[in-house]
Design a protein around this ligand. Structure first.
Ligand SMILES: Cc1cc2nc3c(=O)[nH]c(=O)nc-3n(C[C@H](O)[C@H](O)[C@H](O)COP(=O)(O)OP(=O)(O)OC[C@H]3O[C@@H](n4cnc5c(N)ncnc54)[C@H](O)[C@@H]3O)c2cc1C
Length: 430
């Protein structure tokens, strides 16, 4: 059966699809594929825009390996099966009073998938999800079970914290969690220049700051989330529905329809859309604030760069787009994150700012990405592994300081390239 990713940018007809329900099953699948000289790609929820999860041969899903294995209450750590979906984690951790420290914009991904491409949220003091991995169990390319932790092969942790599915099949991961917390969300519409002039200050004063900017408008929709002890001030069910479904998703559909029918109207509709982005404040459990539904499909390119470079890069994009003849109906997004130590992390060794460009899935994203990508590259950008970009292994090796160390770990854990695909050959070189 044909497999397609969420964004409809990748598809494949895998020769075999395996859905193991035990670790021993995973081991056997890997062994068998290796013996016949084939390859197998683990897949999560298919939410990568890039070909990261696309199989050339066999596909392996961990949908049957989900759930909580163990909580170390004293150290605030939880061990979960790697096929667990992010949206399942809050209920699993609720009895122990723990939560994941930071999430991205959605929670449909699997833990293994999110970790394997460097999924991040926003917040200068908060790194990617993979950086909170303190231990993991993998089935390696030779079908062996390998435990990596602070005391077992600790030198492999920086590889396993962002493994691209190229080192082995993650079967469980132990996350450093934090006591469950609430977030006070303040959503506002600000002048773009005011936000860019104070970009570092806004990020330093707020735990989790992000902006959405509709090109051709001078407005930015901002979201500032602050960690608070309580009390909760939740949106009503109708308020949440209006925020997430009417103002963002359905509002967005209206923009897309208007732009398709009358491109000349797009700037005005974008302006309206920016003004209609949710505004106000509420306090809810962290996972309800971090993540929201995304019902309108799109394609995305995202680069991480030194955090202070974001305002200038966005201004350059603004200038370049004014010279271009493009009708854009999705906003740019800018976020920040703390440095981490994963070899292939966009935030390896540096506090990072992110700029993401989106285009509706029915439109060709290349004209937009061709304008934006060179600007992000010129600001020392590193592409997100789960998103679209044009770089190949030699260029990636220059941008990711841990590239060679990652390849060395791969040589050890998957010497026969049982987890290889055309995508890994493009981005890792072989
Ligand atoms: C609407 C939308 C919003 C998004 N928001 C954000 C965001 O806010 N921040 C951000 O950083 N990213 C974001 N992303 C990107 C997304 O988080 C990543 O692409 C993520 O990797 C997808 O997880 P997945 O479970 O769908 O994995 P897949 O896309 O299915 O797979 C991703 C990678 O993980 C590997 N993998 C899967 N399972 C295993 C396993 N068991 N063992 C080893 N490797 C495995 C695959 O081989 C592949 O290389 C978003 C994507 C979408 C579509």
């Amino acid at each position: 059966m044909t497999w397609r990713n969420w964004a409809r940018s990748q598809s494949a007809d895998p020769r075999e699809v395996h859905a193991p329900v035990t670790v021993e099953d995973v081991r056997r699948v890997v062994e068998r594929v290796r013996e016949r000289g084939g390859s197998v790609r683990p897949v999560g929820s298919g939410h990568s825009f890039s070909g990261a999860a696309r199989p050339d041969d066999a596909q392996l899903t961990l949908d049957g390996l989900a759930g909580l294995l163990h909580v170390d209450q004293a150290r605030g750590r939880a061990t979960l099966l790697a096929g667990t979906k992010l949206h399942e984690v809050p209920a699993l951790l609720a009895p122990s009073g723990l939560a994941m420290e930071c999430l991205g914009d959605i929670d449909r991904q699997t833990l293994a998938g999110a970790i394997s491409t460097g999924t991040h949220g926003t917040g200068l003091r908060f790194p990617s999800i993979g950086a909170t991995v303190v231990a993991a169990t993998l089935v390696t390319g030779r079908g062996e079970l390998l435990r990596v932790s602070e005391t077992e092969r600790p030198e492999l942790l920086p590889a396993v914290r962002l493994g691209l599915g190229a080192l082995g099949v993650l079967v469980d991961v132990t996350l450093q969690c934090v006591p469950a917390f609430a977030l006070e969300a303040v959503e506002a519409t600000m002048r773009l220049d005011a936000v860019l002039d104070d970009w570092m200050g806004l990020n330093e004063r707020t735990d989790h700051f992000e902006l959405h900017w509709f090109a051709a408008t001078r407005l930015a929709a901002t979201k500032s989330n602050t960690r608070v002890a309580g009390p909760l001030r939740p949106r009503s069910t109708i308020g949440r529905f209006v925020d997430e479904r009417v103002l963002t998703d359905s509002g967005h559909r209206a923009v897309l329809t208007a732009a398709a029918l009358a491109p000349a109207l797009a700037p005005a509709v974008n302006e309206l859309s920016a003004r209609l982005m949710p505004r106000g404040s509420f306090t809810e459990p962290s996972h309800r604030v971090f993540a929201s539904p995304r019902a309108v499909r799109f394609r995305e390119l995202e680069y991480g760069m030194p955090v202070a470079a974001v305002p200038e890069a966005l201004r350059e994009i603004d200038r370049a787009l004014r010279r271009a003849d493009l009708v854009l109906t999705f906003p740019f997004e800018a976020r920040a994150s703390a440095a981490d130590d994963a070899h292939l992390s966009t935030a390896h060794g540096r506090a990072t700012g992110y700029i993401a460009a989106h285009r509706w899935w029915r439109e060709d994203p290349r004209p937009l990405f061709d304008i934006v990508e060179p600007i992000l590259l010129a600001h020392d950008g590193r592409p997100h592994w789960g998103k679209l970009h044009s770089l190949r292994a030699p260029e990636l090796a220059e941008r990711f300081p841990g590239f060679a160390a990652f390849l060395a770990a791969r040589d050890e854990l998957d010497p026969d390239r049982t987890f290889a695909s055309s995508w890994t050959r493009r981005v890792l070189g072989h």
